[in-house]
Design a binder for this molecule. Structure first.
Ligand code: ATP
Length: 237
């Protein structure tokens, strides 16, 4: 499997707070990688740094063979690296369809945008039913699906999801995880940030546990599910 994303020794500081202290992490082609850890471990910072929104002060980030350590957020999106942020941030006054159209802002060909929106509707029939509904009136799970759908319209090669299960009922979490598997099967690599380790390790191939900006445990998802440290800290009894 080839590596699509490679972080080496990445360090990030916010003033005096050291959020990442030499992070090494890879994502392989068509791999789902879970990034787990408690509040403040550095998970969101990792994704924001890959997206080019936060700057690292040391280390390197390579994506699809190119050094993107100092690349602009725009050029990172243009490479097919999409970030679905925590809290979803859909446009609440715009309809489902308009939100999806905006996902194609880096795509020049309208026919491609329409084709991808149709793919989103196939994957999420609920979105097709609600295409004329204002985003802000969707349920939490539906908003999450819309946020994922919007990222799909950009044509992601690597999609990074920040806590997609947050605030959702267990059944809806399962639907969102199914959607992530579907995107992956359609060809995208996935970096999945979750506090819900149980849900994430069900769909991930591999995972990392972060603590205070460092990787403490890493391995295949089935090994992590059996790791006593992971079970005690993140999976409960
Ligand atoms: P959570 O699960 O709570 O979202 P996280 O693992 O995503 O946590 P980060 O949000 O990456 O953690 O935060 C890592 C550390 O950096 C924390 O100590 C946090 O307080 C700090 N931090 C994050 N953003 C900023 C900022 N803009 N300014 C100052 N400190 C920050």
């Amino acid at each position: 499997m080839s590596t699509v994303l490679d972080l080496k020794g990445v360090e990030v500081c916010y003033g005096r707070v050291e959020a990442l202290r030499g992070l090494d992490l890879t994502v392989g082609e068509r791999e789902i990688v879970a990034l787990l850890g408690n509040n403040g471990a550095g998970k969101s910072t990792t994704v924001s740094t890959i997206s080019g929104v936060v700057r690292s002060r040391a280390g390197s980030i390579t994506a699809f063979g190119d050094d993107i350590t100092s690349a602009t957020p725009w050029s990172i999106v243009e490479r097919g690296i999409l970030h679905v942020p925590e809290g979803r941030r859909i446009f609440s006054r715009l309809t489902v369809h308009e939100n999806l159209q905006l996902g194609g802002y880096t795509v020049r060909d309208n026919a491609v945008i329409d084709k991808r929106i149709n793919e989103v509707y196939e994957l999420f029939p609920r979105m097709a039913e609600r295409r004329g509904q204002q985003g802000g009136t969707l349920s939490g799970g539906e908003q999450q699906m819309l946020a994922i759908g919007r990222a799909m319209v950009a044509g992601p090669r690597l999609i990074m999801l920040d806590e997609p299960s947050m605030g959702l009922a267990p059944l809806v979490v399962a639907q969102v995880m199914e959607a992530i598997v579907a995107i992956n099967q359609a060809g995208a690599s996935v970096l999945l940030i979750e506090q819900n380790a149980r849900a994430a390790l069900k769909v991930a191939h591999r995972g990392y546990v972060l603590d205070s900006g460092r990787v403490t445990v890493t391995g295949p998802a089935d090994e992590l599910r059996a790791d006593p440290q992971v079970v005690e800290a993140y999976l409960g009894a």
